[in-house]
Write a protein that binds this ligand. Structure first.
Ligand SMILES: *[C@@H]1O[C@H](CO)[C@@H](O)[C@H](O)[C@H]1NC(C)=O
Ligand SMILES: *[C@@H]1O[C@H](CO)[C@@H](O)[C@H](O)[C@H]1NC(C)=O
Length: 983
């Protein structure tokens, strides 16, 4: 076979979808040639030969991956080579491990193995049929590579010092897309459709069903309707159904939503029938509104419908689906309630498109007008298609040639009919356009279950553990991984699930249309095997390179016993399973992720020490209470997370983990020997109490790489040696801050008389370099600590102070870098009014103000206050609205930049009307701001609300539909209870 030149990416030795582990194998072969091993192997010649063969294959595989319609034989050939790469890697890893353990017995076997591999490779390469096919492909391969080169698709992964932030146009774009999908037109039409009949006192239940293609924005639209009218009902729920629906889960979700009880007692054990009965019992006398999003089959509907009973109280159900027959069966027999969702108009699609690429809706240069119209026509008004293609174009230099080439790829200009398949073409165009390293990272998302909110940091660490990421500049792997993540967001392949204060999107989701593509690609590439509902298996069933099990809804999911797991690199399981595959079936795992599994026992991990390549171990909501001492054998382990497990103590051998960077172990005491773990960058939630020696705190202070520390302070104020602990802690902090510590999260056990008072004055020198300071418990500083004014680098501050006096805001207002402030208090100092004036808080974007015991009253924004504030979160106590402290005066209209208001309403002791009045008052207040402010209410403790003793309550509910008498009486009540803004 012809020698192909090895591309520079090879030097980075990445694991990838295209080449499996070939690249790292090449790197490892070179290591074997080094002195340390070569005398042991005696197979120098074989290694050189193997390297030769493998590097040409590697290059060819990379090129083949640019062609999407390979024929079966070529695919098979490709798969065999990848498989072989895994075998070779395992063999080398094993060898190196043994050499390091001084166990030379392996040598003979090595020689035989290499000779065999070379032979296999040669036959694979030489089989004449394949060889001629590949020759023919070569022309196309070269063409594809040429194109990639021309557009600079590939390059080297953003290494060096380039940082990829999330495109600042994106948050605005998603907001825009939402408003284009729903506002005014369709949303109001749907609301009207739902309200029909109410006026004539028709009390029958009504079902309206939205039908339309995937990517059209059905979920967005129904969410808008839900937000707009949901609160007019006695109870409500918004529930998503997946393609493989699990009825119990859906019914449980409806039940927890309508009742507002998060942990409904005994609900896990209920079967379908019991759940239906509970729901019917609860809904019997309540006017309800339930949205069932994305129903896939007519089979699921009758069960749901059975639980949502006809109670003749004007209840409403809204369903969405892609399938017309499903929509009709939902509404049956009243087919006029099928609402066909329309695509975006040409004008709106154009706006969205231009906004994504040029940052403003009317800035499309004239020479691009025709091209953009062509492209938009193919999008068929589907917002998801518009955003995807626009994100693709935005990532490229803006040239006519480029645009033409993409237009031609979506399909011929003649077929003008917008269709689902255009959507798929666009999505797969976006996919094919990704550089290899991003394809790999993206396909890895098929390890997560459907509808999953994926935490960024865990995802990035798993990428790293799998070897998808490398770095050659000074950047840390985690930083490079975050750049990849942001690139995927910028290309609209994944969506930010929440917007955090610093816009870093720490959680993401995948649109189900895109997930379909990811899952099918990764099955086709034999990249991931995913087993889910009803034992349904996607991807290779004979051998798994990566195995993911979703048992969240069924505990009898079984992995076929003939599946070979010994080569698997990642193993994830979500939910409790009766049949969790045994760790002894695996040999090459890099990643173990076990979540929500209540059936595992301690002995499951007995053998874990065998998995010497393991780099990432996460157990979340797993019942085990102990890890074996063998954990110390895992010399490659970099990340160990134990969240909500029963583990209270780590095995002694933990301190042997010299490469461990991330340790998350809530509930665990700080331990002796931690000073040996010099690679540690994050240590979260260790307990410090007086049973540990103070020398452990001294050891902690030696961790020169530590960036993040989370501590639970449990040393009692009254204990005799408290001073020696606090002194050690303060000196430990001082040293850590001089090294790399930038994030501190601290809590204490207030109920047992423990406080952080010692930090008030004696924190010296103060931690001036901290960027984040977070307090987590019910402890309140009695005044603002002296050092607070010195935190000049702090961007996020979450602090408890009680009582809050005006000077607190003065001090905090002067912190020059502060972006996000959460201020918790029990009460504002009596008689004080907190005034936020125009001089402080110049860059603050997010402000959370929580006061527990009173309604918010005396917090006033003056003209020009918090000029950058976008998000304001506060808590109101609904019960208090009748008390004298309820003078509701915020001056919110003075916060010109405000976009989002989140209000937690404490419903305890209040009746339904009081809660409604409180919400109305806030809405009323925001009407006076200049922006369109989004408001989200959360009603807390709804189960502790006062019952209406008013027997006419039922009649009242008739009016709640809209602009009826209820509205005006609310206004009167408002004027009685609130001082509305002076005009
Ligand atoms: C999966 O397969 C096993 C064995 O074939 C069977 O016992 C189990 O009930 C199946 N589970 C589901 C949810 O179908
Ligand atoms: C933040 O810390 C750095 C040192 O790491 C220092 O150079 C810089 O001046 C600090 N910034 C502010 C705003 O104090």
């Amino acid at each position: 076979m012809e020698q192909v030149q090895v591309p520079p990416t090879l030097a980075l030795a990445l694991v990838s979808v295209a080449t499996g582990v070939l690249s790292p194998v090449l790197g490892k072969l070179s290591t074997l040639l080094e002195n340390k091993y070569s005398s042991l192997t005696g197979v120098g010649d074989e290694i050189l030969e193997l390297q030769d063969e493998l590097s040409s294959m590697n290059a060819l595989l990379l090129k083949l991956s640019d062609i999407d319609d390979l024929d079966i034989q070529v695919k098979e050939w490709r798969n065999q080579i990848r498989e072989l790469s895994y075998e070779i890697e395992d063999c080398i890893d094993d060898f190196v491990h043994r050499v390091e353990q001084r166990d030379p017995e392996k040598r003979k076997k090595m020689k035989g193995f290499f000779q065999e591999s070379i032979h296999k490779l040669r036959t694979l390469g030489a089989r004449s049929e394949i060889a001629s096919k590949i020759l023919k492909l070569k022309a196309r391969v070269d063409h594809a590579s040429e194109r990639r080169k021309r557009y600079n698709f590939d390059g080297v992964p953003s290494s060096s010092s380039m940082v990829v932030p999330i495109d600042p146009r994106l948050p605005a774009l998603y907001a825009e897309a939402e408003s284009l999908v729903g506002i005014d037109g369709p949303r109001d039409e749907l609301i009207e459709r739902l309200a029909e009949g109410e006026a004539n006192l028709v009390r029958k239940l009504k079902v309206v069903s939205v039908v339309g293609l995937g990517g059209l924005g059905k979920t967005t639209l129904s969410r808008q309707v839900y937000d707009r009218i949901g609160r007019q009902f006695d109870c409500r729920a918004f529930v998503s159904v997946s393609q493989k629906p699990d009825m119990r889960k859906i019914l449980r979700n409806i039940l927890t939503s309508v009742t507002g009880i998060e942990h409904y007692p005994g609900i896990e054990a209920c079967d379908e029938e019991q759940l239906i009965n509970k729901l019917r019992g609860f809904l019997n006398d309540k006017r309800y509104f339930v949205v069932i999003d994305d129903i896939w089959s007519t089979v699921a509907w009758p069960t749901i419908r059975c639980a949502l009973l006809e109670n003749n109280l004007c209840s409403r159900i809204l369903t969405t689906t892609r399938i017309t027959s499903v929509a009709r069966s939902c509404c049956s027999p009243d087919y006029s309630n099928v609402y066909e969702m329309k695509p975006l108009s040409d004008i709106n699609a154009g706006k969205l498109f231009a906004k994504r690429i040029f940052g403003s809706e009317d800035q499309c240069p004239s020479q691009f007008k025709d091209l953009s119209n062509d492209i938009l026509r193919k999008c068929g008004g589907l917002p998801l298609a518009v955003i995807s293609i626009a994100s693709l174009l935005a990532s490229k230099p803006c040239t006519k040639e480029q645009w033409e080439s993409y237009r031609n790829h979506i399909g011929s200009a003649l077929e003008d009919v917008p269709s689902v398949s255009n959507m798929q073409k666009i999505i797969s165009l976006s996919y094919n356009d990704l550089p290899h390293y991003l394809k790999t990272c993206l396909l890895y998302l098929s390890m997560f279950p459907e509808d999953f909110v994926i935490p960024r940091d865990q995802l990035v660490r798993r990428w790293i553990a799998e070897g998808f990421i490398s770095t050659c500049g000074g950047q840390r792997l985690e930083q490079v991984g975050e750049c990849y993540y942001n690139e995927l967001i910028n290309r609209s392949m994944i969506m930010p699930a929440t917007q955090e204060w610093d816009r870093r999107a720490v959680f993401c989701r995948v649109h189900d249309v895109i997930l379909d593509l990811i899952v099918s690609k990764s099955a086709e590439e034999k990249f991931v095997t995913a087993v889910g509902n009803n034992n349904h298996t996607l991807g290779p069933q004979d051998k798994a390179c990566r195995l993911s099990l979703d048992c969240r809804d069924q505990d009898n999911i079984v992995v076929s016993s003939s599946m070979v797991l010994s080569k698997a690199r990642s193993f994830s399981i979500y939910g409790s399973s009766e049949h969790t595959p045994l760790l002894s079936d695996f040999q090459a795992l890099r990643v173990i992720n076990i979540e929500q599994n209540r059936k595992l026992e301690n002995h499951y991990f007995d053998d874990i020490g065998r998995l010497v390549q393991l780099k990432y171990l996460t157990l979340q909501e797993v019942n085990i209470s102990k890890l074996p001492d063998q954990i110390g054998e895992l010399q490659q382990l970099e990340s160990l997370e134990l969240r909500w497990t029963g583990i209270k103590e780590l095995p002694k051998n933990i301190v042997r983990l010299k490469k461990l960077k991330f340790l998350y172990a809530s509930n665990v005491r700080l331990f002796e020997g931690i000073g040996n773990m010099q690679a540690l960058q994050e240590v979260r939630y260790v307990k410090v109490d007086s049973s540990i020696p103070t020398t452990s705190l001294d050891e902690l202070g030696n961790l020169a790489e530590l960036r993040y520390l989370g501590i639970d302070w449990l040393v009692s104020d009254s204990s005799s040696d408290q001073k020696s602990y606090t002194d050690s802690f303060v000196s430990c902090m001082d040293r850590l801050c001089r090294f790399k510590l930038r994030y501190l999260n601290i809590a204490c056990d207030v109920e047992n008389g423990i406080s952080l008072d010692f930090l008030l004055d004696s924190w010296s020198p103060p931690p001036c370099l901290l960027e984040n300071f977070v307090m987590r418990s019910a402890y309140y500083f009695p005044r603002i600590p002296e050092w607070a004014s010195l935190l000049s680098n702090v961007t996020l501050l979450d602090i408890n102070i009680n009582p809050v006096r005006p000077e607190v805001l003065q001090v905090l207002g002067c912190l020059p870098s502060l972006l996000s402030l959460s201020l918790y208090t029990r009460e504002v100092a009596p008689g004080a009014t907190l005034i936020i004036c125009s001089s402080g808080f110049q860059c603050l974007e997010e402000f959370e103000f929580y006061s527990w015991n009173i309604a918010m009253g005396p917090l006033v924004f003056e003209v020009g206050a918090m000029p950058k504030l976008e998000k304001f979160v506060f808590r109101l106590v609904a019960r208090c609205i009748e008390s004298p402290c309820g003078n509701f005066y915020l001056g919110l209209q003075h916060v010109r930049s405000l976009k989002h208001l989140l209000v937690d309403i404490d419903c305890r002791g209040a009746n339904a009307e009081e809660v409604q009045i409180t919400e109305a008052a806030i809405k009323n207040a925001t009407d006076l701001t200049i922006n369109h402010v989004r408001i989200d209410f959360s009603r807390l403790w709804m189960d502790q609300m006062a019952k209406d003793d008013d027997a006419g309550g039922m009649e009242g509910s008739e009016h709640r539909g809209g602009e009826g008498p209820a509205e005006s009486s609310t206004k009167i009540l408002l004027q009685q209870h609130f001082k509305i803004f002076p005009v």
